[in-house]
Design a protein around this ligand. Structure first.
Ligand code: ADP
Ligand code: ADP
Length: 225
């Protein structure tokens, strides 16, 4: 089964009297361990697609399968449960909690899922160490550089060992060199953990390092070379 599969996904927004069809039948399947770059211009529907794939937004038509399970008709509580269990998110801006340390930020989603303090901290420490942040565990986000903050966000997204990682311009806020490092760490972790990844990026060089590249053209998904 695919970590993520989209079948005939349609999304419209009403614009006064008329409807704006942003997604017009998107099909996409991503296997476990596969990384896919979504490279498309602003306004083409990337964020909408990521929100639908992440069960944060409903499609108007079509189906979203997470780890083989259809989700479109599920109640919101069940969609939230699947999201928490199977999906990790990374945004352009890290959204870390400012009053908590790096370690706490990564441990928290696991404690919410019911892991003990000890187990959650151990996994958080492993992930942060893997990402080169062993000396930053007790630092708060404001005490970290932009690249370090984003690496903490990556660790947090992977803390619950999700099947699927969704990222919206994860390095868009960083300078080219830092962006390169953070992206390298991200792709290494994707390989090491076997998570499936769908990453929206404007950076063609970074996209070139991923397994597949796709774009949105007239509301449809098109595979690139
Ligand atoms: P991208 O991430 O590629 O920039 P988005 O998915 O954010 O694109 O948006 C695609 C289009 O859909 C844009 O024209 C945007 O204005 C429109 N759009 C996005 N969200 C909404 C919304 N909630 N209501 C109305 N229009 C929206
Ligand atoms: P929490 O466990 O904090 O209540 P949720 O289960 O609601 O989080 O959401 C899981 C992930 O989705 C979190 O990373 C959260 O930041 C993100 N998220 C929730 N709602 C939205 C939204 N409307 N737009 C973008 N991301 C969201």
């Amino acid at each position: 089964t695919y970590a993520l599969a989209l079948a005939g996904v349609v999304r419209r927004y009403s614009e006064g009297e008329s409807a704006l069809e942003i997604l017009r039948g998107v099909d996409l399947a991503i296997s476990q361990g596969q990384s896919v770059a979504l490279v498309a211009p602003s306004g083409s529907g990337k964020s909408t697609l990521l929100h639908i794939a992440g069960l944060l937004e409903h499609s108007d038509e079509g189906e979203v399968f997470i780890a083989g399970r259809p989700t479109a008709r599920l109640a919101d509580a069940e969609r939230t449960r699947i999201r928490r269990q199977h999906i990790g998110f990374i945004y352009q801006f890290h959204h870390l909690l400012g009053e908590f340390s790096a370690l706490e930020n990564v441990a928290m989603p696991q404690m919410i899922r019911g892991l003990s303090h000890k187990e959650a901290n151990a996994r958080a420490k492993d992930l942060l160490t893997y990402l080169g942040l062993a000396a930053r565990l007790t630092h708060r986000p404001s005490e970290l550089s932009g690249g370090e903050q984003q690496r903490v966000a990556i660790a947090r997204a992977l803390a619950n060992a999700p099947r699927l990682l969704l990222a919206d311009e994860p390095t868009g806020n960083l300078d080219p060199k830092t962006s390169d490092h953070v992206f390298g760490a991200l792709t290494e972790l994707v390989q090491a953990t076997g998570v499936a990844a769908l990453i929206a990026t404007h950076n063609l060089e970074l996209a070139g390092r991923m397994d597949r590249r796709v774009t949105l053209r007239d509301g449809k998904l098109v595979e690139l070379a």
